[in-house]
Design a binder for this molecule. Structure first.
Ligand code: ADP
Length: 259
């Protein structure tokens, strides 16, 4: 969108009105630009799995009927691509929903202990061999100012990543709940592959995936952390990460406390 500010220097209410109008238009401009970038990123990202799927379907059509090996390989690869596209779609919907939330204050009460206990049980059901520890330093009445499903969604992405980006024999997730005067502080630490210093700057960007070679086998969309980034922005929280390549990563999520 091409917006030219209205310049009025009359020193009165009309100038004030023009300033308010300019500010509003700049925000609207940013928003439209963001939406455009989003649509263009999404089209770009969907193009790759679609092209792969197209390739496999053509292969199946030509050779797959008579060659059981081609049939097998292409079917498995196609199912994987469809799975990636479905996840991408679900995550994009999650992002879009975050843009339009309008919660009442009474919805924004979250007990982090309850949510993390619930998640830990669920993860252990799916990954029975996972080493998972929870250290809880919260006082019993400490609550976070966030819609509980959003806290759960954020924490789930972090734990999911901690498992996904760790070699099978080092799958260990250490969850720590703490607080300071203003924030509930949740850290998720793993002993996985870690993230290089260069990549660390980009991990919260939409569709960014570090270590493309390995990640091709791991599966993912590069949207999870950008969802958390958007989430914390909505709640005036913070997300940060420290990592040592080959040793592991530690993500810290800070959500304002209810006082
Ligand atoms: P996805 O996992 O779908 O690729 P994310 O936005 O959740 O997308 O993560 C972006 C990238 O950051 C991942 O592709 C991965 O390279 C890196 N990453 C995220 N979490 C971790 C982690 N715990 N350990 C190592 N790398 C990670």
């Amino acid at each position: 969108m091409d917006f030219k500010p209205v310049l009025i220097q009359t020193g009165d209410e009309i100038e004030e009105l023009a300033t308010v109008y300019n500010d509003m238009m700049i925000k609207l401009n940013d928003y439209v630009d963001q939406q455009k970038r989003f649509v263009s990123d999404v089209s770009h990202e969907l193009r790759t799995p679609l092209a792969v799927l197209d390739g496999h379907l053509n292969l199946l059509n030509r050779w797959g009927k008579n060659d059981p090996e081609v049939l097998d390989e292409s079917l498995i690869a196609s199912i994987e691509e469809v799975k990636t596209m479905r996840t991408m779609l679900e995550e994009m919907l999650a992002l879009a929903r975050l843009e339009s939330i309008d919660f009442q204050d009474e919805d924004l009460i979250c007990d982090p202990t309850e949510v993390s206990n619930f998640l830990m049980k669920n993860f252990l059901l799916i990954h029975p061999d996972l080493k998972m520890s929870v250290k809880n330093d919260l006082s019993p009445d400490s609550l976070a100012h966030i819609y509980p499903n959003h806290y759960e969604q954020g924490l789930k992405i972090l734990i999911d990543n901690a498992i996904k980006y760790s070699p099978k024999d080092r799958q260990e997730v250490n969850l720590h709940l703490a607080e300071d005067e203003d924030y509930i502080i949740t850290t998720v630490e793993d002993r996985g592959y870690g993230i290089s210093e260069d990549d660390l700057k980009h991990v919260f960007e939409r569709f960014f995936r570090a270590d493309k070679a390995r990640n091709r086998d791991i599966g993912g969309t590069g949207l999870g952390l950008s969802i958390i980034n958007r989430l914390v922005e909505n709640y005036e929280g913070e997300i940060s990460v420290t990592s040592v390549l080959g040793e592991g990563s530690k993500f810290t999520l800070k959500i304002p406390k209810i006082k």
